[in-house]
Design a protein around this ligand. Structure first.
Ligand code: DX5
Ligand code: ZN
Length: 217
């Protein structure tokens, strides 16, 4: 099974975003975390900046919305031309309808679940989604520890996806490093978000631990 890598620019230098986007050009996607200080206790960036990243990014955008009122906002992110838009199941009134809307706007439609949210409801509408994101930390911040107790949900999602025969990607996000990536892949993940472990090295500290080398590893 091919594994896709989606580095999170939450750990990039926001003042040198274009430079840091170019540093990860060997990745498959670029993960853009949108936080509204309501759904999660942190604030990042919004539509105008996602639009601008879309214009300069060498990679397809994997937009991860951690915002309230996803039904209202997620379609606007799809309309930026983002390759994939993930909304939080807990923040959508009608996830299936929203997924259909995102597809209609030309984006891959994805649904994220927090560590405490069961996966079973999402598995009922696999026909209408392109990816499930199983959060492996509480959403909101980079640099947290991987929660092993989310692995049963990941396995359940993998089994349901395989049984469906659908090409639904299965993503993990949070606490991914050289060790936990193996755990996630063994439990069925095929798309891996990594923030602090990719951007850990500082510019000019040598190439052996730079972002490009972290992706290759
Ligand atoms: C956290 C974000 C993640 C974050 C992951 O809520 O959704 O994408 O950047 O960061 P690491 O890889 O450092 O856990
Ligand atoms: Zn994320």
């Amino acid at each position: 099974m091919p594994v896709r890598i989606s580095p999170s620019i939450l750990s990039a230098d926001f003042v040198n975003l274009e430079r840091d986007l170019n540093r990860i050009s060997d990745a498959d996607l670029v993960h853009v975390d949108v936080m509204d200080n309501h759904f999660v206790p942190n604030l990042t960036l919004g539509l105008p900046i996602v639009q601008r990243i879309q214009e300069v990014s060498p990679l397809p955008l994997d937009v991860h919305l951690m915002i309230d009122d996803a039904d209202r906002w997620a379609p606007l992110y799809a309309e930026t031309g983002a390759y994939s838009v993930t909304f939080s199941a807990e923040a959508a009134r009608d996830p299936r309808a929203l997924a259909k809307t995102l597809r209609g706007a030309g984006a891959r439609a994805a649904v994220a679940i927090k560590p405490g949210t069961p996966v079973e409801p999402v598995l009922k509408y696999l026909d209408d989604i392109d990816m499930i994101l199983v959060m492996t930390v509480e959403p909101g911040f980079g640099g947290q520890s991987f929660m092993d107790d989310t692995m049963p949900k990941l396995r359940a999602a993998r089994e349901a996806i395989d049984a469906s025969g659908r090409d639904v990607w299965l993503e993990v996000d949070g606490g991914i490093n050289d060790t936990t990536i193996l755990t996630a892949v063994e439990n069925g993940a095929d798309t891996i978000v990594a923030g602090s472990s990719v951007y850990a090295s500082k510019p000019g500290e040598g190439t052996e631990t730079g972002p490009a080398e972290r992706i290759a590893a």
